[in-house]
Design a protein around this ligand. Structure first.
Ligand code: NI
Length: 292
């Protein structure tokens, strides 16, 4: 019997509500810090946006969770659209002991690798040491505690809540390529359909070779761990630095040294190659803040 992770639909709503209610009951019974309620509007919105998933086996739902590609309300200045955010994870108590969270996490890591994102992020109750330790046992590290704002942009159970922010960095060290396979850069660019999202096409001497397309402007940022090399393949790209602008034309190369703030901008679509130690940005789905 195979587990499957697929989008939940409105038909699943009754069981989804039931799982939330059981989770709240379980948390109360055990005196855990947890939810007091849950927000049906957010659940419906997640379903409509294709962001609520269920892990199923035959007719059973083993758990549900929502994902998002940006979370500015909770991660603020640390939000770079380079992570998958896991939210509202509810595991079906009847399947306890089946390592369902591990399956959700494995699936999320694969998705993140496909999208070349840097990390998986979540937040949980800051005062629930037990659940924080649980997530740490899966490789998450603690980033900080934060009290969420009381805004309608958050689900009701998530407003004015002291949360611990947790992050699991994606390991790309096992990223392997067929070293004797020829790669055509033009064809690789043709497969990219998101702006400012990096596609890894090779690895050499520890450096990743990445392609990206861009249009418009992304936010100011710096990379403290690595230089960032740009080679412009098509179009005109402006690398804005705090004290100057680098106008790049086709065939130009420029290295942004580590620690230097920069902000690439392109009025028309550009195609460029980047080299560096890791993926420095990810795709944008929910907002436009990227950071190549
Ligand atoms: Ni950058």
């Amino acid at each position: 019997m195979q587990n499957e992770i697929i989008n939940a639909t409105v038909k699943d709503l009754p069981i989804i509500y039931q799982l939330f209610e059981e989770a709240i009951h379980f948390q109360r019974k055990n005196n855990y810090v947890g939810w007091n309620s849950y927000d049906k509007d957010f659940i419906k919105a997640d379903i409509n946006n294709g962001l609520l998933y269920k892990i199923t086996r035959n007719e059973d739902i083993l758990g549900i969770f929502s994902i998002c590609y940006s979370d500015e309300l909770i991660w603020r200045e640390n939000e770079n659209s380079d992570a998958i955010y896991l939210h509202r994870i509810v595991l079906n108590q009847r399947f306890k002991g089946e390592k369902i969270f591990q399956k959700i996490l494995d699936w999320s890591i694969l998705l993140a690798k496909e999208k070349k994102l840097k990390s998986i992020r979540m937040d949980t109750w800051a005062d629930n040491e037990k659940i924080i330790s649980y997530y740490k046992s899966y490789g998450f590290k603690f980033i900080e505690n934060y009290t969420t704002p009381a805004t309608e942009d958050l689900p009701i159970q998530h407003r004015n809540l002291r949360v611990a922010l947790l992050q699991l960095d994606i390991d790309y060290s096992d990223f392997s390529f067929d070293s004797l396979k020829k790669i055509n850069i033009k064809q690789e660019f043709a497969t990219i359909n998101l702006y400012w999202s990096q596609k890894i096409i090779g690895k050499t001497n520890g450096q990743l070779i990445k392609l990206a397309k861009g249009k418009g402007e992304i936010k100011w940022h710096k990379h403290d761990d690595q230089d960032e090399l740009f080679i412009l393949y098509k179009g005109n790209l402006t690398i804005q630095l705090r004290d100057r602008k680098i106008e790049m034309y086709e065939g130009d190369m420029f290295i942004v040294p580590k620690g230097i703030e920069h902000c690439p901008r392109a009025d028309e679509e550009v195609e460029f190659l980047i080299m560096g130690l890791s993926v420095t940005s990810g795709s944008a789905v929910c907002n436009r803040n990227n950071s190549i």
